[in-house]
Design a protein around this ligand. Structure first.
Ligand SMILES: C[S@@+](CC[C@H](N)C(=O)[O-])C[C@H]1O[C@@H](n2cnc3c(N)ncnc32)[C@H](O)[C@@H]1O
Length: 262
Protein backbone atom coordinates (compact mmCIF):
# COMPACT_ATOMS: atom_id res chain seq x y z
CA UNK A 1 0.00 0.00 0.00
CA UNK A 2 1.36 3.38 -0.93
CA UNK A 3 1.57 5.76 2.00
CA UNK A 4 1.03 8.70 2.46
CA UNK A 5 -0.91 8.63 -0.86
CA UNK A 6 -3.33 6.31 0.90
CA UNK A 7 -3.86 8.67 3.77
CA UNK A 8 -7.22 8.37 5.34
CA UNK A 9 -8.90 11.74 5.71
CA UNK A 10 -11.86 12.04 8.03
CA UNK A 11 -13.69 15.34 7.69
CA UNK A 12 -15.78 15.80 10.79
CA UNK A 13 -18.52 17.94 9.37
CA UNK A 14 -21.17 18.44 11.93
CA UNK A 15 -23.47 21.42 11.29
CA UNK A 16 -22.79 22.83 14.74
CA UNK A 17 -19.10 22.07 14.69
CA UNK A 18 -18.27 25.42 13.06
CA UNK A 19 -19.59 27.24 16.09
CA UNK A 20 -17.68 25.01 18.47
CA UNK A 21 -14.28 25.43 16.90
CA UNK A 22 -13.98 27.50 13.75
CA UNK A 23 -10.29 26.83 13.44
CA UNK A 24 -10.42 23.06 12.99
CA UNK A 25 -10.69 22.25 9.27
CA UNK A 26 -10.45 18.48 9.38
CA UNK A 27 -8.81 15.58 11.12
CA UNK A 28 -6.30 13.30 9.41
CA UNK A 29 -4.88 9.98 10.41
CA UNK A 30 -1.42 11.06 11.39
CA UNK A 31 0.61 8.01 10.50
CA UNK A 32 0.32 4.31 9.73
CA UNK A 33 2.56 3.68 12.74
CA UNK A 34 0.66 5.62 15.37
CA UNK A 35 -2.81 5.45 16.75
CA UNK A 36 -3.20 9.18 16.34
CA UNK A 37 -5.64 11.52 14.60
CA UNK A 38 -4.55 15.10 14.34
CA UNK A 39 -6.77 18.14 14.00
CA UNK A 40 -5.69 20.36 11.12
CA UNK A 41 -5.85 23.93 12.26
CA UNK A 42 -5.96 27.01 10.02
CA UNK A 43 -2.78 28.42 11.45
CA UNK A 44 -0.82 25.21 12.02
CA UNK A 45 0.65 23.29 9.13
CA UNK A 46 0.44 19.56 8.83
CA UNK A 47 3.84 17.89 9.22
CA UNK A 48 4.16 17.00 5.49
CA UNK A 49 7.88 16.37 5.17
CA UNK A 50 7.87 14.87 8.67
CA UNK A 51 5.42 12.24 7.42
CA UNK A 52 7.81 11.19 4.67
CA UNK A 53 10.77 11.34 7.06
CA UNK A 54 9.30 8.60 9.29
CA UNK A 55 9.43 6.10 6.44
CA UNK A 56 13.22 6.32 6.64
CA UNK A 57 13.35 6.56 10.43
CA UNK A 58 11.89 3.15 10.91
CA UNK A 59 15.13 1.75 9.42
CA UNK A 60 17.11 3.07 12.42
CA UNK A 61 17.41 1.02 15.58
CA UNK A 62 15.58 2.95 18.30
CA UNK A 63 15.40 0.06 20.80
CA UNK A 64 16.30 1.40 24.26
CA UNK A 65 17.86 4.53 22.78
CA UNK A 66 17.82 8.04 24.20
CA UNK A 67 16.45 10.34 21.50
CA UNK A 68 16.27 14.10 20.96
CA UNK A 69 13.88 15.67 18.41
CA UNK A 70 14.95 19.23 17.50
CA UNK A 71 12.12 21.41 16.15
CA UNK A 72 9.41 18.94 17.10
CA UNK A 73 6.55 21.22 16.00
CA UNK A 74 2.90 21.31 17.10
CA UNK A 75 2.41 17.57 16.88
CA UNK A 76 5.64 16.25 18.43
CA UNK A 77 5.55 14.14 15.33
CA UNK A 78 9.04 12.62 15.01
CA UNK A 79 9.29 12.31 18.80
CA UNK A 80 6.11 10.22 18.91
CA UNK A 81 7.50 7.92 16.23
CA UNK A 82 10.83 7.53 18.05
CA UNK A 83 8.89 6.40 21.10
CA UNK A 84 6.76 4.05 19.03
CA UNK A 85 9.87 2.53 17.40
CA UNK A 86 11.30 1.58 20.82
CA UNK A 87 13.21 4.55 22.27
CA UNK A 88 13.26 4.46 26.06
CA UNK A 89 13.65 8.22 26.58
CA UNK A 90 12.53 10.95 24.18
CA UNK A 91 13.05 14.68 24.60
CA UNK A 92 11.30 16.95 22.08
CA UNK A 93 12.30 20.61 21.82
CA UNK A 94 11.12 23.60 19.85
CA UNK A 95 11.84 27.31 20.00
CA UNK A 96 8.11 27.98 19.67
CA UNK A 97 6.39 27.96 23.08
CA UNK A 98 2.93 27.53 21.49
CA UNK A 99 4.10 24.47 19.58
CA UNK A 100 5.48 22.86 22.72
CA UNK A 101 2.24 23.53 24.64
CA UNK A 102 0.16 21.99 21.85
CA UNK A 103 2.47 18.98 21.45
CA UNK A 104 2.30 18.35 25.20
CA UNK A 105 -1.50 18.30 25.16
CA UNK A 106 -1.59 15.93 22.18
CA UNK A 107 0.81 13.53 23.86
CA UNK A 108 -1.55 12.48 26.59
CA UNK A 109 0.45 9.46 27.72
CA UNK A 110 3.16 11.78 29.04
CA UNK A 111 5.95 9.42 27.94
CA UNK A 112 7.72 12.16 25.95
CA UNK A 113 9.51 15.07 27.61
CA UNK A 114 8.95 18.49 26.02
CA UNK A 115 10.99 21.63 26.41
CA UNK A 116 11.23 25.08 24.83
CA UNK A 117 14.78 25.43 23.54
CA UNK A 118 16.69 27.19 20.79
CA UNK A 119 18.21 24.00 19.35
CA UNK A 120 20.36 22.66 22.26
CA UNK A 121 20.43 25.82 24.41
CA UNK A 122 18.21 24.49 27.23
CA UNK A 123 19.08 20.82 27.16
CA UNK A 124 22.76 20.63 27.99
CA UNK A 125 22.03 19.28 31.48
CA UNK A 126 19.94 16.40 30.11
CA UNK A 127 22.93 14.17 29.33
CA UNK A 128 23.97 12.75 25.96
CA UNK A 129 21.70 11.33 23.28
CA UNK A 130 22.11 8.23 21.09
CA UNK A 131 19.96 9.66 18.30
CA UNK A 132 19.21 13.27 17.37
CA UNK A 133 16.42 13.79 14.82
CA UNK A 134 15.52 16.96 13.02
CA UNK A 135 13.38 18.25 10.21
CA UNK A 136 14.63 21.82 10.57
CA UNK A 137 13.39 25.05 8.98
CA UNK A 138 15.62 25.59 5.92
CA UNK A 139 14.05 27.94 3.41
CA UNK A 140 16.41 30.81 2.58
CA UNK A 141 14.76 34.13 3.27
CA UNK A 142 15.66 37.80 3.67
CA UNK A 143 13.46 37.96 6.79
CA UNK A 144 12.83 35.39 9.47
CA UNK A 145 9.15 35.87 10.19
CA UNK A 146 8.18 32.21 9.72
CA UNK A 147 10.24 30.13 12.15
CA UNK A 148 8.45 27.02 10.95
CA UNK A 149 10.00 27.26 7.47
CA UNK A 150 12.66 29.96 7.27
CA UNK A 151 16.26 29.21 8.14
CA UNK A 152 17.87 32.62 7.73
CA UNK A 153 19.36 34.23 4.61
CA UNK A 154 21.04 31.04 3.33
CA UNK A 155 18.57 28.66 4.98
CA UNK A 156 21.36 27.29 7.14
CA UNK A 157 21.01 29.08 10.51
CA UNK A 158 19.25 26.29 12.43
CA UNK A 159 21.06 23.48 10.58
CA UNK A 160 24.43 25.02 11.43
CA UNK A 161 23.51 25.14 15.14
CA UNK A 162 22.37 21.51 15.01
CA UNK A 163 25.55 20.27 13.29
CA UNK A 164 28.03 22.44 15.23
CA UNK A 165 26.58 21.39 18.59
CA UNK A 166 25.97 17.73 17.79
CA UNK A 167 29.29 16.49 19.24
CA UNK A 168 28.42 18.06 22.62
CA UNK A 169 24.99 16.43 22.98
CA UNK A 170 25.64 13.00 21.46
CA UNK A 171 27.13 9.77 22.79
CA UNK A 172 30.31 8.34 21.23
CA UNK A 173 28.40 6.43 18.54
CA UNK A 174 25.57 8.91 18.41
CA UNK A 175 23.69 9.51 15.14
CA UNK A 176 22.16 12.69 13.78
CA UNK A 177 19.34 12.02 11.33
CA UNK A 178 18.57 15.16 9.38
CA UNK A 179 16.08 15.98 6.61
CA UNK A 180 17.58 18.50 4.17
CA UNK A 181 16.70 20.08 0.83
CA UNK A 182 19.00 19.42 -2.13
CA UNK A 183 20.16 23.01 -2.71
CA UNK A 184 21.76 22.94 0.79
CA UNK A 185 23.58 19.64 0.40
CA UNK A 186 26.99 21.02 -0.61
CA UNK A 187 27.01 23.52 2.28
CA UNK A 188 25.97 20.79 4.71
CA UNK A 189 28.79 18.51 3.51
CA UNK A 190 31.21 21.34 4.32
CA UNK A 191 29.66 21.90 7.78
CA UNK A 192 30.01 18.19 8.54
CA UNK A 193 33.63 18.14 7.41
CA UNK A 194 34.47 21.17 9.57
CA UNK A 195 32.98 19.34 12.55
CA UNK A 196 34.77 16.02 11.86
CA UNK A 197 31.49 14.29 11.09
CA UNK A 198 30.76 11.70 8.44
CA UNK A 199 27.59 12.18 6.44
CA UNK A 200 25.75 9.50 4.46
CA UNK A 201 22.61 9.81 2.43
CA UNK A 202 20.23 7.11 3.62
CA UNK A 203 17.25 8.13 1.53
CA UNK A 204 15.77 10.69 -0.78
CA UNK A 205 12.49 11.55 -2.42
CA UNK A 206 11.25 14.08 -4.95
CA UNK A 207 9.09 16.87 -3.69
CA UNK A 208 6.82 18.92 -5.92
CA UNK A 209 6.79 22.57 -4.98
CA UNK A 210 3.28 23.53 -3.93
CA UNK A 211 1.72 26.28 -6.07
CA UNK A 212 1.45 29.46 -4.00
CA UNK A 213 3.45 27.92 -1.14
CA UNK A 214 6.48 29.45 0.61
CA UNK A 215 9.03 27.48 -1.44
CA UNK A 216 7.54 28.65 -4.73
CA UNK A 217 7.78 32.25 -3.55
CA UNK A 218 11.49 31.74 -2.82
CA UNK A 219 12.55 29.95 -6.03
CA UNK A 220 14.14 33.01 -7.66
CA UNK A 221 15.89 33.98 -4.43
CA UNK A 222 17.24 30.44 -3.86
CA UNK A 223 18.57 30.25 -7.45
CA UNK A 224 20.15 33.67 -6.95
CA UNK A 225 22.09 32.76 -3.79
CA UNK A 226 22.85 29.15 -4.83
CA UNK A 227 24.04 30.06 -8.32
CA UNK A 228 24.82 26.49 -9.42
CA UNK A 229 21.39 25.23 -8.39
CA UNK A 230 18.27 25.10 -10.59
CA UNK A 231 14.86 23.75 -9.57
CA UNK A 232 13.65 20.96 -11.85
CA UNK A 233 10.42 21.26 -13.82
CA UNK A 234 8.11 18.28 -13.45
CA UNK A 235 4.82 18.24 -15.42
CA UNK A 236 4.58 22.00 -15.33
CA UNK A 237 5.40 22.42 -11.65
CA UNK A 238 8.72 22.89 -9.92
CA UNK A 239 10.30 20.06 -7.96
CA UNK A 240 13.35 19.43 -5.83
CA UNK A 241 14.93 16.55 -3.96
CA UNK A 242 14.80 15.98 -0.22
CA UNK A 243 17.60 13.99 1.39
CA UNK A 244 17.67 12.10 4.66
CA UNK A 245 21.19 12.24 6.07
CA UNK A 246 22.81 10.04 8.69
CA UNK A 247 25.57 12.06 10.34
CA UNK A 248 28.10 10.62 12.82
CA UNK A 249 31.43 11.37 14.44
CA UNK A 250 34.28 9.95 12.33
CA UNK A 251 35.16 6.38 13.25
CA UNK A 252 38.89 5.66 13.79
CA UNK A 253 39.82 9.03 12.31
CA UNK A 254 38.59 7.83 8.91
CA UNK A 255 37.58 11.07 7.28
CA UNK A 256 36.94 9.69 3.81
CA UNK A 257 33.20 9.09 3.94
CA UNK A 258 31.95 12.65 4.25
CA UNK A 259 28.90 12.85 1.96
CA UNK A 260 30.47 11.27 -1.08
CA UNK A 261 27.53 12.13 -3.27
CA UNK A 262 28.29 14.76 -5.88
C1 LIG B 1 9.78 22.20 9.34
S1 LIG B 1 9.14 22.27 10.97
C2 LIG B 1 9.24 20.56 11.47
C3 LIG B 1 8.13 20.15 12.41
C4 LIG B 1 8.10 18.63 12.73
N1 LIG B 1 9.31 18.19 13.36
C5 LIG B 1 7.87 17.81 11.48
O1 LIG B 1 8.76 17.03 11.10
O2 LIG B 1 6.83 17.92 10.88
C6 LIG B 1 10.49 23.03 11.82
C7 LIG B 1 10.27 23.25 13.33
O3 LIG B 1 11.48 23.77 13.89
C8 LIG B 1 11.15 24.76 14.87
N2 LIG B 1 12.31 25.65 15.05
C9 LIG B 1 12.67 26.72 14.30
N3 LIG B 1 13.79 27.28 14.77
C10 LIG B 1 14.18 26.54 15.85
C11 LIG B 1 15.26 26.62 16.78
N4 LIG B 1 16.19 27.58 16.67
N5 LIG B 1 15.31 25.71 17.79
C12 LIG B 1 14.36 24.75 17.91
N6 LIG B 1 13.31 24.62 17.06
C13 LIG B 1 13.23 25.50 16.04
C14 LIG B 1 9.93 25.44 14.31
O4 LIG B 1 9.21 26.11 15.33
C15 LIG B 1 9.19 24.25 13.69
O5 LIG B 1 8.32 23.66 14.63
Amino acid sequence: MCWPCSINITIRSNKNAKHVNKKIKKYVTASPYLDMEIPILDDISLPKSGRLFVNFLKELNFKNKKVLDVGTGYYGYLAQHAKKFGANYVLAVDINTRAIKKARTLNKSGNIHFSVSDVYSKILKRGKFNIVLSNPPQLPSRNNNRIHDFGGYYGLDVIKKIIDGFKFVSTKNGVLCLLVFDYLLTSIKILCKENALSCDIIGHYNKNVRKGGETEKKIKFIEKIYTKYKFKKNNGSYAHKVYILKIKKYENNNKSSCCNLK
